[in-house]
Design a protein around this ligand. Sequence first.
Ligand SMILES: *[C@@H]1O[C@H](CO)[C@@H](O)[C@H](O)[C@H]1NC(C)=O
Ligand SMILES: *[C@@H]1O[C@H](CO)[C@@H](O)[C@H](O)[C@H]1NC(C)=O
Ligand SMILES: *[C@@H]1O[C@H](CO)[C@@H](O)[C@H](O)[C@H]1NC(C)=O
Ligand SMILES: *[C@@H]1O[C@H](CO)[C@@H](O)[C@H](O)[C@H]1NC(C)=O
Ligand SMILES: *[C@@H]1O[C@H](CO)[C@@H](O)[C@H](O)[C@H]1NC(C)=O
Ligand SMILES: *[C@@H]1O[C@H](CO)[C@@H](O)[C@H](O)[C@H]1NC(C)=O
Ligand SMILES: *[C@@H]1O[C@H](CO)[C@@H](O)[C@H](O)[C@H]1NC(C)=O
Ligand SMILES: *[C@@H]1O[C@H](CO)[C@@H](O)[C@H](O)[C@H]1NC(C)=O
Length: 428
Amino acid sequence: MAKVLCTAAVLAVCLGVACAQPFAPGQGFLPSGNLRTSDFAGPYNISLLDTQYNEIKAGIAAKQNYSDLDIVHFLTNVECLEGQFDTWGTFGYGFLDNLTLGGPTPLGARAANLTEMTRPFMEEVALNEQGHALFTRQAGSTIPCPLVDFDGGFNAFMAAAFGLPEGTTVEDQFGSAYDPFLNDQNFVLSVLTLEELGATGNKGLAGLTGNPVLANGIAGLATSATAQATVQRMLLWQMRNFTVEPFGETVQQVFARVSALRDSLDGPQFDDQGIVNTDARTIAVPDSYVNIIPTDVRGITFSRTPQMNINILTLGNPDGVGVFFPNGLIGAISKPTGYNMTASGTDDFPSSPMVAFQESVEELGTIMDPLTAAGPYEVVGELDLTQSLTGPADNGTAATRGMVYTPSGSPNNANTSTVQVGTPGGQY
Ligand SMILES: *[C@@H]1O[C@H](CO)[C@@H](O)[C@H](O)[C@H]1NC(C)=O
Ligand SMILES: *[C@@H]1O[C@H](CO)[C@@H](O)[C@H](O)[C@H]1NC(C)=O
Ligand SMILES: *[C@@H]1O[C@H](CO)[C@@H](O)[C@H](O)[C@H]1NC(C)=O
Ligand SMILES: *[C@@H]1O[C@H](CO)[C@@H](O)[C@H](O)[C@H]1NC(C)=O
Ligand SMILES: *[C@@H]1O[C@H](CO)[C@@H](O)[C@H](O)[C@H]1NC(C)=O
Ligand SMILES: *[C@@H]1O[C@H](CO)[C@@H](O)[C@H](O)[C@H]1NC(C)=O
Ligand SMILES: *[C@@H]1O[C@H](CO)[C@@H](O)[C@H](O)[C@H]1NC(C)=O
Ligand SMILES: *[C@@H]1O[C@H](CO)[C@@H](O)[C@H](O)[C@H]1NC(C)=O
């Protein structure tokens, strides 16, 4: 008990100091041996949390030599993109000067043509995003907002999402450019395209931040962005059959392309999903179910590193310049280098480089029906699915659920169902 009180007292002092100061370089989390929990009652095994473990390892690789302040500056870049897009589209004006700190007006800044069906939700989102930018300023960010390009960014992104050949624009192919502000569906779809990079990106940063106040704030950014994305998915679900011009495809189809493109640019793991589950690999809901809350099979949301997000936002340009950021990002974290890496040297796993893959539902088998007290009685899959099953249908063991454990193999193959960085039962 004395030990607990003492720890709390030390923490309170640290929090006071951290609150009073911007975050100085050098306060960050550093690779620290293996990731076993080792407090006064430890160590504990958390050996079934492969996805989380992989995400943290990717984050540690991404962290490299970046400080907490570098992370705050990175956040300013992405919140300036997202927040200015949402604010301009919803209100027809941009950030206050004390948020941009002299940054330029975005290219293509204008109001969106919204109906009352979406406007109130977009207003709340835009105000939230302004708050996120404010948070980065209060956390010590002094860089100006970078130049961002709404029309150029979304047109390049959509050209890639439709697989157009290099040099062919949306306008060349479809007769007119993509207007992200055209109507409810184009705007909400565009907002969500960026929102989920914030939701996953902020979650990814939360565990990599040394300062507890900053980590707490970034976790709040992640949950807020995830809540906003949920509202946006709900709106898109209601509009799923609306046509997205100039493509002549439905909201559901175009968003599936966006999701697939984001997933293809962030490294090997499957961590992006459409508004309807048409990808049975890694999803918590059965095929063709609505998917408003994208998660892994345990219902846990995904993480991305800054480098993954930079790679997505600049379509894989190795210099991190172009698409949404015509002059690149400002600050130390401005290149995608390492977007597909996971840290080595953080434990004693056998091979290097450590390439992490999420468990795939291909390997799990199809989950035929929602999990209820009545069943299903036979679910082929990984042990860790049982972690979320409690109650009368679950005797608490994989075997009694009819589950079959498929050992992780190596090397990884195209089905990406193996996990090199750990085995269930392993100690980390
Ligand atoms: C990390 O960055 C600091 C500041 O730029 C530098 O002094 C230090 O040498 C770097 N450390 C490594 C291991 O690169
Ligand atoms: C930002 O600037 C505006 C206008 O000058 C001012 O009203 C507002 O209080 C400022 N906000 C903060 C958080 O400083
Ligand atoms: C605004 O959007 C509505 C549909 O939501 C559409 O009917 C109308 O043509 C749009 N107005 C402009 C100026 O694009
Ligand atoms: C969308 O289209 C599908 C298939 O045509 C139809 O079943 C569904 O009712 C439509 N939903 C809405 C909201 O329009
Ligand atoms: C990571 O991406 C780079 C650039 O595309 C590629 O050269 C490298 O082989 C990838 N590494 C892994 C481990 O996939
Ligand atoms: C397993 O669960 C079933 C169904 O609830 C129950 O009948 C059975 O007794 C349980 N077995 C054990 C070993 O607890
Ligand atoms: C991937 O899985 C499918 C279906 O199980 C199988 O047909 C295919 O051969 C696998 N591909 C690889 C590269 O293992
Ligand atoms: C952790 O798991 C390993 C492998 O199953 C086991 O040998 C070890 O005793 C476990 N440690 C704890 C603290 O439970």
